[in-house]
Design a protein around this ligand. Structure first.
Ligand code: ADP
Ligand code: MG
Length: 281
């Protein structure tokens, strides 16, 4: 059912064994089915740790002190085996090359299915369907290493989609891609979110990207939730964000420069900025 809570995070704190401060500190957050959630914050703010807590790698495959709870579709991610969680939460990391281990795109996608124990005869149709969904139909025999960065990330997304997850967590998925690859990946995520109802969670430092795609943005600072709201709500508080080193979209910067203090509901995309300027004329 769209709109119900799929991820419930309560009083979550986590400190890595080797960490000198909590990576996450008393996080409370609910994510709704079909939501597109952005996570912002400087390096070390806790974005990756938060994402990994949603599929159970934190705390199951990491050493540290874990408090609170995370449930995903009712599954406790601290005890449900990570292998099992992979059916529900797919993860795509920042460096596509490190995620590629097979000689062909088809084998790359099949790998996850093998881990799930999907019978061999069922694999080819599921592999081809996943490749088609990400715009790589006919790429079955291509070498992953010969693909562009954007194609590699779409292949990584196909590999997790084949497992039919409900949630896709992408951790700075385009930080190693050129602008074309970046657009390919974010357009694909938007399509999966809108057309397939996939819940999308993206850690991303570029405010313009989240302004264009996210329903809601969580801003993390030193492991704590610093701010949460729609892109307009969050970016309208540009001065507070500047204090923790986060830049708002250029469209919002312009509006902030032209506004008297206390402005709310400021534009976050170029299109919105044009409307906003016209309404002031
Ligand atoms: N594997 C790890 N072992 C020890 N400390 C870690 C590990 N991963 C992250 N940290 C620490 O946890 C904090 C949050 O890191 P992280 O979640 O990677 O933030 P972000 O993704 O926002 O850059 C940082 O202080 C970081 O140094
Ligand atoms: Mg990170």
């Amino acid at each position: 059912m769209p709109g119900d809570v799929v991820v419930k995070i309560e009083n979550l704190s986590f400190t890595y064994s080797s960490g000198d401060r909590p990576a996450l500190s008393n996080i409370n957050l609910e994510i709704k089915r079909g939501e597109y959630l952005g996570i912002m914050g400087l390096n070390g703010a806790g974005k990756t740790t938060l994402g990994l807590s949603i599929n159970g790698i934190v705390p199951q495959s990491t050493m540290g002190i874990y408090e609170g709870s995370v449930t995903v579709e009712g599954l406790d991610t601290s005890t449900t085996p990570v292998r099992e969680m992979a059916r529900t939460v797919g993860i795509v990391f920042d460096n596509p090359e490190f995620q590629m281990s097979q000689v062909s795109a088809a084998e790359e996608v099949a790998l996850g299915l093998e881990n799930l124990g999907v019978p061999n005869p069922e694999m080819p149709p599921r592999v081809s369907a996943a490749l088609a969904t990400v715009g790589l139909a006919g790429f079955e025999e291509r070498s992953p290493m010969g693909l562009s960065g954007g194609q590699q990330q779409r292949l990584a997304i196909a590999s997790v989609l084949a497992m039919q997850p409900k949630i896709l967590f992408m951790d700075e998925p385009t930080s190693n891609l050129d602008p074309i690859g970046k657009e390919e990946v974010f357009e694909l995520a938007r399509k999966l979110n809108r057309d397939e109802g996939l819940t999308v969670i993206v850690a991303e430092h570029e405010s313009e990207v989240l302004a264009a795609y996210a329903d809601r943005i969580v801003v993390l600072n030193e492991g704590k939730i610093f701010m949460i709201g729609t892109p307009s709500e969050v970016f309208s508080r540009g001065a507070e964000l500047a204090n923790i080193g986060i830049r708002v979209p250029q469209a919002t910067e312009l509006a902030l420069a032209l506004s008297t203090s206390g402005a709310t509901g400021l534009p976050v995309t170029t299109g919105e900025a044009i409307e906003w300027l016209e309404s002031r004329a």
